[in-house]
Design a protein around this ligand. Structure first.
Ligand code: KG4
Ligand code: ZN
Length: 361
């Protein structure tokens, strides 16, 4: 049995996980910094790096403990090397290098976006099944909105071809910015998703974007501006101020936030969610028509969205979402993505560098 320790510190979650043979999740520990960043309405890079530094040792220790293992049982260390925040990445990469060197085990640097795709492969293999390739992969998170064709060869080696990407904000970033604007704190996706069913998705007309050039590219900044314009001409100002005051005292419960939201606010949230879901659904359907793919993978934090999950159930191809625990940032996906390269002996040296703008394709 091969035991891979995964480490993830690219943004605001310090995570460690142990995966056996690329398919069995033995532990998955995530220490989130939400409460530290919530009052700022977004991630503060310097605070993120500092918190990773504080959390990394106990998080790794806890991941080994929950797996019933000690440091000496680890066969290799996989770590996110990019893309992400430089200070945050450096903590994970530096720690992983030191750990791999002291244990004399291989080190594998992993692309975070590839990790998100592998969260689905891991869970399918854990269930004794597998994803059909070539697959269309839509990776939608706070930092990324990318669409790839993913293929795999008989050596379990994966290749990625970029079909489209956002030209401005990522889908999760749009959720976070709209939530901040409406006084719902950070991160915005989970809160807006929970409130959307209580509003009328036809309540506020919001535009869909047609892209010039590559029609599979995406854009969310126009939508964000349309929401801002609606808010400026609305009666929402005092409830927004009220919510900001609530957040200043700590994160309010969801029923408190729901009670604070007027019908106009809930309609705006429902309309926003439906527009984002439609944008993503149209791109995925367009790509699935153009490309000879056997299945569709949706991953990244926004894959946790209930509206998106419902919308994709009408696809004619097999489609896969990670479970909620593996949709947002985690280290199990990093260990899983490292595993095929571990088997092929494609290790990294101790000159491995954190790469904030690393691309997958
Ligand atoms: O993958 P992730 O944890 O971190 C990045 O790689 O960026 O994604 C976090 C993003 C945040 O923008 C968050 O608001 C969004 O995913 N998110 C959601 C939901 N849960 C998390 N967006 C919409 N609906 C959700 N249920
Ligand atoms: Zn992510």
């Amino acid at each position: 049995m091969n035991l891979l320790l995964g480490i993830e510190t690219s943004c605001d979650e310090t995570a460690a996980a142990v995966v056996a043979d690329g398919r069995r999740l033995l532990s998955n520990v995530i220490s989130s910094q939400f409460d530290i960043h919530a009052i700022y309405g977004g991630v503060v890079p310097e605070l993120a790096a500092r918190e990773h530094l504080r959390a990394i040792v106990p998080v790794v220790r806890e991941a080994l403990h929950r797996a019933g293992l000690g440091y000496r049982d680890v066969d290799a260390v996989g770590v996110t090397r990019g893309p992400g925040l430089i200070g945050a990445l450096l903590v994970g990469v530096t720690y992983a290098k030191g750990l791999a060197a002291s244990l004399r085990v291989p080190l594998l640097g992993v692309n975070h976006i590839e990790g998100h795709i592998h969260s689905v492969v891991l869970e399918q293999r854990a269930a004794g099944s597998d994803v059909e390739f070539p697959a269309l992969a839509l990776v939608v998170s706070g930092g990324h909105s990318h669409m790839f064709v993913v293929d795999r060869d008989e050596r379990d080696s994966y290749s990625y071809r970029l079909l489209g990407r956002t030209r401005d904000d990522a889908a999760g970033e749009a959720y976070d910015k709209v939530a901040k604007l409406l006084g719902f704190g950070y991160p915005g996706g989970p809160v807006l998703d929970k409130l959307a069913p209580f509003g009328d998705p036809d309540g506020v007309p919001l535009p869909l974007t047609n892209m010039k050039g590559n029609r599979l590219d995406m854009s969310f900044s126009g939508l964000k501006t349309a929401v801002l314009r609606h808010v400026l001409g609305s009666n929402l100002h005092s409830e927004i101020e009220g919510r900001r005051e609530l957040f200043a005292q700590g994160r309010p419960a969801i029923d408190v936030l729901q009670a604070s939201a007027s019908k106009e606010c809930l309609d705006l949230i429902a309309s926003f969610q439906r527009t984002v879901v439609r944008e993503l659904q149209r791109r995925a359907e367009g790509a699935a028509e153009d490309e000879l793919v056997e299945s569709v993978i949706v991953s990244g934090g926004v894959a946790a969205n209930s509206g998106l999950r419902k919308a994709f159930s009408s696809l004619s191809l097999p489609f896969y979402f990670p479970t909620l625990a593996l949709s947002t940032d985690n280290a199990a996906m990093i260990a899983a993505a490292a595993y095929p390269r571990f088997l092929r002996g494609e290790f990294d040296g101790f000159d491995l560098e954190a790469q904030p703008s690393l691309r997958l394709a």
